[in-house]
Design a protein around this ligand. Structure first.
Ligand code: FAD
Length: 411
């Protein structure tokens, strides 16, 4: 098999060979479910022994729930999650600055709210749904290490935990294998951008912040020139996200003593906090130079990563997966593979022009140190929330509805 990135000579889908989906995260499994629903055989490769269940994204935006309705999953996620009709920016000392009311989106979406629900709940629901389809196969303990392709098909080589390797043949490969994507690396696609200097520490606690912080909404971004933070409520726990010095040794950063002291700084209280989970991670802002390299297609974190402020990483990835699956289904059924170029143009533009920009703006609002710039930025948020037209416009953008509607304009 040869690989020619400059001019991938894809002619047509070969008919019956399955689509090889690498990564059983939310993006890979949504793409797999949409393809399987179109009667396309799929093999899903996951590096881990089981679906990862770490503490990661927890926000579902309205259009993502609208899309997941197609699989009948939104109502189940809603049962398992927490409906949040409002979210806010706060000043750490002075309290609420701007509270945004998603009920203004009624008529634009069937779900005029953000849903707080852990991403592992979605992946489990998708796996259960896919497991009933005889044309779908899961391969666990299968770390993708290489891809090859020619005009007729693609091959994926995986490595097992014991070091042995196996190669699978397919028609297309979807690289949904996360930020460090081996699939992306196998086709040499550049992943340019920047690394945010601070680490993000996330911990969850049973402490009920809403009982002691006046007017706190379930999602709150708390601005401060010295130490900003984010509070996110799920059904039983609150999650706290704090920027963290990357030079602090990890065993100190994640120790009980250090986390207790940081939580006490955020909100002093008698006695220790009960801490349920903790994790620290490095955050990047990067977009792949291409999403399509012949028969190899990238989606989700494999194609773009951004800071989590605004909850757009997983949501944007799921929007990629639906867009890609729709076009790949058409190609599978005989459409010109050039159609996949439109997937790249549409979704890459959203990643560059919308998601990255909004995530960077959110971070700048939270950590602004210059008092004048900070005051102007918070005043602008206040004025936005106070004006019904600007308020709704802001919600259309922050809920990712506007970016989906703008896709039609991309040729
Ligand atoms: C620690 C952490 C915390 C996060 N917290 C937040 C948050 O609070 N809010 C937010 O909005 N976003 C958060 N994110 C980002 C969010 O989780 C991602 O945007 C989202 O998971 C993207 O989904 P995905 O399916 O593209 O990738 P992933 O969820 O990363 O899934 C990729 C899958 O591929 C598998 N895989 C990896 N390499 C290979 C390989 N070579 N072969 C086969 N399988 C492979 C992985 O095991 C995984 O199952 C966080 C990310 C991390 C890493």
């Amino acid at each position: 098999m040869s690989q020619d990135l400059a001019s991938p000579a894809v002619t047509k889908a070969p008919g019956t060979a399955p689509v090889l989906v690498v990564g059983a995260g939310p993006v890979g499994l949504v793409a797999a479910a949409a393809l399987a629903d179109a009667n396309i055989p799929v093999v899903i490769f996951e590096a881990e022994r089981d679906l990862p269940d770490g503490l990661r994204a927890s926000t579902f935006h309205p259009p993502t729930l609208d899309m997941l309705d197609r699989f009948g999953l939104s109502s189940i996620l809603i049962e398992q999650g927490l409906i949040c009709p409002e979210w806010q920016f706060r000043d750490r000392r002075d309290g609420p600055v701007a509270t945004f009311d998603l009920s203004l989106l009624e008529g634009e979406t069937a779900h005029p709210y953000r849903l707080q629900c852990e991403q592992w709940r979605l992946t489990r629901l998708l796996r259960d749904r896919l497991a009933t389809n005889p044309d779908v196969r899961f391969v666990y303990d299968a770390r993708a290490v290489d891809t090859k392709q020619d005009e007729n098909g693609a091959e994926l080589t995986i490595e097992r935990p014991d070091g042995s390797r196996e190669t699978f043949a397919g028609s297309w490969i979807i690289g949904a294998d996360g930020a460090r994507s081996a699939v992306r690396k196998s086709v040499g696609i550049e992943f340019a951008g920047q690394t945010i200097p601070e680490l993000y520490l996330t911990c969850s606690t049973t402490f009920q912040y809403q009982d002691v912080m006046p007017d706190l909404t379930n999602i709150a971004y708390i601005s401060d020139p010295t130490e900003w933070f984010v509070l996110l409520r799920t059904t039983k726990l609150w999650r706290l996200l704090l920027p963290t010095d990357p030079n602090e040794p990890e065993d100190v950063m994640l120790s009980d003593k250090r986390i207790q002291s940081r939580m006490q700084e955020v909100l002093p209280k008698a006695g220790d906090y009960e801490i349920c989970h903790r994790t620290a991670y490095r955050v990047h802002e990067r977009v792949a130079a291409k999403y399509v390299a012949g028969r190899v297609l990238l989606a989700g974190d494999a194609a773009h990563v951004n800071n989590p402020l605004g909850g757009m990483g997983m949501n944007g990835g799921i929007h990629d997966a639906f867009n890609l699956a729709e076009k790949l289904t058409k190609v599978w059924n005989g459409a010109d593979p050039a159609l996949l170029g439109r997937y790249e143009r549409q979704r890459r533009k959203v990643a560059l022009d919308v998601v990255q920009q909004q995530a960077l703006r959110n971070r700048a609002t939270l950590n602004q140190r210059d008092p004048e710039v900070r005051r102007a930025s918070l005043d602008d948020l206040r004025a936005t929330a106070a004006d019904p037209v600007r308020h709704k416009d802001y919600l259309m953008r922050s809920s990712m509805i506007a970016s989906l509607r703008a896709l039609d304009e991309v040729a």
